[in-house]
Ligand binder design. Structure first.
Ligand SMILES: Cc1cc2nc3c(=O)[nH]c(=O)nc-3n(C[C@H](O)[C@H](O)[C@H](O)COP(=O)(O)OP(=O)(O)OC[C@H]3O[C@@H](n4cnc5c(N)ncnc54)[C@H](O)[C@@H]3O)c2cc1C
Length: 419
């Protein structure tokens, strides 16, 4: 065996994790770096935020995944900068040398430069943020019990900004909480004034999906009592008042920001290699343009193909498929065989609004309702990483299917020694 090539992967999300898994037991020396010691399954984060699933059901310790691996090592560190000339990566714990560097560190919440919104609105891009949101939601119900009359409505208004799948799913889950949970948990309080707004800047919710799915998801949301406002832009939010571009004002202490994402940045990546949305420009082999041996995968990669001239959608399946192709290309390089280009084959998309209410678009047709909802659940169960987590989620879902309830509404606030 020759000298092992060092492959350093930044990020153990859908792309980075899959790449490391596919490179297990090869002749590469793989170092997987993430700032967290776990992989997170973002599609079910809204269920953690609304106390339907435990955080551990959607988070997987990386060391457990690679317990038996001979060539994959893990480091928990924040990646700070890269020196592409000398092939060195600087992190919060040490510098690492590489032969090939793969950047798969994804995106972060995009507040479109509005520092005020960033300060006061709640994001949901990580498991800790989903837990923070869960605490905020549960604490708001407690605060509403004792609030003076002039403070009540701001507590009772939940404003979800962004009508993509995350916003739609979250608004639907909050509406189901109002309908099924609050009357049981708070028999002494009238929560009928609790209002859930879903605000979307474009003319439709779920805008990348089919017209039928857009219409049905809106209908489902409205049936659940959600006030859906499309063509609606948020201009300011000061923690108490949401000001819309139309001049309308909504009093709310609970604004959830699901309105967009922007690429994470890495010092040392030349500006010519970065394009809109802070994404790194890559060729069909996920190689960052102008940089040798540096690759980008998943949400952070911008690959224009004849079929997708504006880049691929930022979804889990693209991240996973790109990782598979790149891992295969590394293996082919060991045999001096030619590399294979990446092409996205869209297998469809889906979103759920509530119990027996979901929308599914397949390449040739779309369907909605009960069948779509079971399809959504089945696919998500299949995608979740471990058998134990599949079982735990399945049990939770079955429990809430029959009871419209869960036992997870615990307010777990971080302890502090500095009283
Ligand atoms: C709430 C939500 C719901 C979603 N629902 C769906 C869905 O239903 N279906 C779907 O297909 N897609 C969904 N997506 C999109 C999907 O999650 C992304 O497309 C996918 O996660 C992209 O994978 P990735 O590997 O590129 O990045 P990610 O999965 O985001 O992984 C990035 C990793 O990099 C790490 N990292 C970041 N910065 C650093 C740093 N400086 N140093 C070290 N490590 C770092 C992070 O900790 C993370 O582990 C959803 C996204 C969100 C936020």
């Amino acid at each position: 065996m020759g000298i092992q090539k060092k492959i350093v992967i930044i990020g153990a999300g859908f792309a980075g994790l899959r790449l490391a898994q596919d490179l297990e037991n090869t002749d590469f020396d793989v170092l997987l770096i993430d700032k967290n010691n776990y992989h997170q399954f973002q599609p079910l984060m809204y269920q953690v935020a609304t106390a339907r699933l435990e955080p551990a059901s959607i988070s997987f310790p990386l060391r457990k995944v690679f317990q038996h691996s001979k060539n994959v090592r893990i480091r928990i560190a924040d990646v700070l900068s890269v020196d592409t000339q000398n092939k060195k990566l600087k992190t919060s714990i040490a510098d690492f040398e590489y032969d090939h560097l793969i950047i798969a560190f994804g995106c972060t919440t995009n507040y479109f430069g509005n520092a005020e919104i960033e300060k006061f609105a709640f994001p949901m891009k990580s498991v800790p943020e989903a837990i923070q949101l869960r605490n905020q939601i549960l604490q708001t119900f407690e605060d509403a019990l004792i609030a003076p009359p002039d403070k009540i409505q701001a507590l009772m208004n939940f404003v979800v900004v962004g009508g993509g799948p995350t916003g739609v799913e979250l608004a639907g889950a909050l509406a189901e909480m109002k309908k099924n949970i609050l009357p049981k948990d708070y028999p002494d309080k009238d929560f009928s004034k609790l209002t859930i707004y879903l605000l979307e800047g474009s003319p439709n919710v779920l805008s990348p999906m089919s017209i039928d799915s857009q219409k049905m998801s809106r209908k489902y949301l409205e049936e659940l009592g959600v006030i859906v406002k499309t063509n609606t832009i948020v201009k300011h939010y000061d923690g108490k008042t949401v000001s819309l571009q139309s001049g309308e004002i909504i009093e709310s202490t609970n604004v959830i920001w699901a309105a967009g994402i922007i690429g994470n940045t890495l010092e040392g990546i030349p500006t010519e290699s970065v394009t809109r949305g802070n994404r790194f420009l890559v060729n069909r082999f996920n190689n960052i343009v102008n940089l040798e041996n540096v690759y980008a995968l998943g949400d952070i990669a911008f690959m224009a193909t004849p079929k997708y001239p504006n880049g691929h959608p930022q979804v889990a399946s693209v991240a996973i498929e790109q990782a598979k192709v790149l891992a295969n290309n590394f293996k082919l390089s060991l045999k001096s065989k030619p590399k294979v280009e990446y092409e996205y084959h869209d297998k469809g998309s889906m979103a759920t609004v509530g119990k027996r209410k979901a929308v599914v678009d397949l390449p040739k047709f779309s369907f909605q309702g009960r069948l779509a909802w079971f399809t959504w659940m089945f696919i998500h169960l299949m995608l979740i990483l471990s058998v134990k987590n599949k079982l735990s989620i399945f049990v939770n879902w079955m429990f809430s299917y029959f009871n419209n309830d869960s036992t997870l509404r615990v307010l777990l606030k971080p302890a502090s020694k500095n009283k």
